[in-house]
Design a protein around this ligand. Structure first.
Ligand SMILES: Cc1cc2nc3c(=O)[nH]c(=O)nc-3n(C[C@H](O)[C@H](O)[C@H](O)COP(=O)(O)OP(=O)(O)OC[C@H]3O[C@@H](n4cnc5c(N)ncnc54)[C@H](O)[C@@H]3O)c2cc1C
Length: 273
């Protein structure tokens, strides 16, 4: 989606399996393969290395970057907690095929009279993601969507949380292991990739001699706070019961395909920071 005059600032909607295929093929081009089904059981830090037990085998490394999600074993090793709170209400998601849906390629927002919102996001030629601020996204649709296949669906609780520190010495955190927030604005995975990119940049940069330092934690904590604040503003706007601002902003998202300048400006504020 073209939300910004800068050609590098775009919003791409695609299914998770395609994102994973793209990332895996980039890794492969750099000679790296992904080992699935590996379980980290424990970590021990020595003066000059990290000793990890993975599937019962010992692996020695200079550094560990734990990108092992909200229940992170690496975070537990660091003694860090995801501090924050969970939202009371349940949200829901459904990824479906619907070749007969009347609006292929259109990012649609439905504002219900009771103040709830349902988004229909195209993620393929005939595939859509429905996200709702209430349980059961498909049942919540005000217009029935003619589904031929459900790829995944479920309700989820949103946690607004972050660690106090992203690591120390040889063991560090990135991604959902370090932060969680609302999916409004689609920023979680992107924030995690930013964490990992900065970590790698620091590792291969002029700090290689002395390793990653506290600067990584400070910098990523600030960036995480920014994104958490932004996604919370966007979520509150979606969850607001009524008001012109809510209608303008959400309808601007719904007309991304044929955007007038005002809509573009509103959508830009909603989606980018
Ligand atoms: C409904 C919903 C919609 C979203 N939409 C978007 C979006 O549009 N855009 C966006 O940018 N983000 C989005 N997100 C957020 C995004 O999905 C997450 O931020 C992202 O997946 C986090 O990636 P991660 O690698 O840090 O963690 P995860 O995806 O949780 O991956 C962690 C991995 O570590 C593995 N693991 C855990 N423990 C161990 C262990 N002990 N040993 C070995 N492996 C282990 C897990 O099996 C898993 O594979 C959405 C999230 C939700 C819930």
């Amino acid at each position: 989606m073209d939300v910004d005059p800068d050609p590098h600032v775009r919003l791409f909607c695609l299914p998770q399996n395609e994102t994973e295929t793209i990332l895996a093929s980039r890794l492969s081009a750099h000679g790296v393969t992904v080992d699935y089904g590996q379980r980290l059981d424990s970590i021990e830090e020595t003066e000059d290395a990290v000793r990890s037990t993975i599937n019962g085998s010992i692996h020695m490394a200079s550094y560990v970057l734990g990108a092992d999600g909200v229940r992170s074993a690496v975070r537990a090793h660091l003694g860090q907690e995801l501090r924050g709170f969970d939202l009371q209400s349940k949200w829901s998601i459904a990824d479906v095929d619907a070749p007969e849906w009347s609006e292929p390629g259109v990012f649609r927002v439905f504002l219900r009279d009771d103040g709830e919102a349902i988004f229909v996001i195209p993620i393929g030629p005939t595939r859509f993601r429905a996200v709702a601020s209430v349980p059961d996204a498909l049942a919540a649709m005000p217009v029935p969507i003619p589904v031929t296949r459900v790829h995944r669906e479920g309700d989820f609780i949103i946690g607004i949380r972050q660690v106090g520190s992203y690591g120390r010495r040889r063991v560090w955190l990135a991604g959902d292991a370090a932060h969680t927030h609302s999916p409004v604005g689609g920023r979680g995975m992107n924030l995690g990739i930013e964490d990992a990119a900065e970590w790698a940049e620091r590792l291969i940069g002029d700090r290689l001699e002395r390793g990653i330092d506290e600067g990584y934690s400070v910098s990523r904590h600030v960036r995480g706070q920014e994104i958490i604040a932004f996604t919370e503003r966007a979520r509150r706007l979606v969850a607001r019961r009524a008001g012109l601002g809510r209608s303008l902003a959400l309808n601007a998202l719904g007309t991304l395909g044929n955007m007038a300048p005002l809509n573009r400006a509103i959508a830009r504020r909603m989606l980018l920071t």
